[in-house]
Ligand binder design. Sequence first.
Ligand SMILES: Nc1ncnc2c1ncn2[C@@H]1O[C@H](COP(=O)(O)OP(=O)(O)OP(=O)(O)O)[C@@H](O)[C@H]1O
Ligand SMILES: [Mg+2]
Length: 394
Amino acid sequence: MGKAKAVRTGPRAMLGYAVGLLSVTATLLVAQLQFNLQAAPVSLFLCAIMFTAWIGGLKAGVLATVLSLLSFKYYFLAPVHSLAVDSAEIPRLAVFALAAVFVLAITGAQKRSEEKLRQTARELQTNIEDLNRTQHELHKAQAELAHMTRLTTMGELTASIAHEVNQPLTAVVNNANACISLLEPASNRPGEVGPDGASNLEDIREALGEIRDDAERASAVVGRVRQLAKRAPVEKSLLDLKDVVKDVLALARYESVARRVTIRTDLSQELPRVSGDRVQLQQVLLNLVMNGMDAMNSVPEEKRILLVVGKQTAAAGTPAALLCVQDAGIGLKAEEMDRLFEAFYTTKPDGMGMGLAISRSIIEAHGGRLWAEPNSGPGATFLISLPAGGDNNS
Ligand SMILES: Nc1ncnc2c1ncn2[C@@H]1O[C@H](COP(=O)(O)OP(=O)(O)OP(=O)(O)O)[C@@H](O)[C@H]1O
Ligand SMILES: [Mg+2]
């Protein structure tokens, strides 16, 4: 290591000494051309010392100082062309030496602080790069965690989703059977009187229309599930939150029927569009809806009402979209208000306690806010505010 350093610093040190030698020589040449003995070029020597110390470092600076002192004495102080010192000239020589040392010290200090500054800038750059890398990895981990919790929430919905797909498929099968029997010759249909081609054709057309609608319904459910289940990079676009609410409620529809929960919506036409990731916002809303339904498990059926409200609001003076999910469930205890959004805080036997923690980080990454408020009556309301994004006039 030490050897490598010596090899590295050797030529550089030599360069510094050469700079010292050259700059003092140059000073002498200029001095010989421009000045007479009375006007000794002290400032030129000081410049040479400063220049050498700046370029070549302290040792080269010392060399330039010694050379300057000797040259100054030899060429400019009586007796000239001799290194002997006349006692009358000692004060001038001393002042010059003092000035030279002073310049050397100041230049050295400046150089050191510049190097320190450079070093700090380099360290800062490395720190910033590290920070960026860490941030990138954090975002990746967060997205991964969000994806996993999304899958967990969807796991809870499996039975409902299966039912949601099965219903239209059963209708498709029934209508297909009807078509088949309508297409059979009348002789094969005991009890039916003569063929009525025109009305059969009308019935078949109607049944086929229903088959198409039911198939589209089933495919829409599968599409929504696939969209929510996929592991996709975060992709922000201008979203109408009414569509996000619609998609989530379509997924949770059968679950709400099974749990005897009535879901109501009140979505204002003025609800501003927001810039966001559709899947992530669906995930947040789905968790709030599922939490709301969970909270109402133990209340009488007729009181199980979940209200989703969407309206325009203002956050810090700028227009924002506000989504509220209000339930009439067990409500929030004062002491749990602070803990709701903590990771792994759950009161459910099979809960993971990640839903609200992930939801809050998603909403904050969208520049918004997610918080909870107790209702004046029974239950709780969870509120999301998101800054209005882009052109909201269209
Ligand atoms: N609407 C609500 N009413 C009452 N308590 C609620 C409500 N929403 C959430 N909580 C409380 O907050 C806790 C944390 O909710 P969170 O969604 O983070 O996790 P979880 O629902 O328990 O599990 P999961 O990770 O599966 O979502 C819940 O266990 C519950 O105690
Ligand atoms: Mg939850």
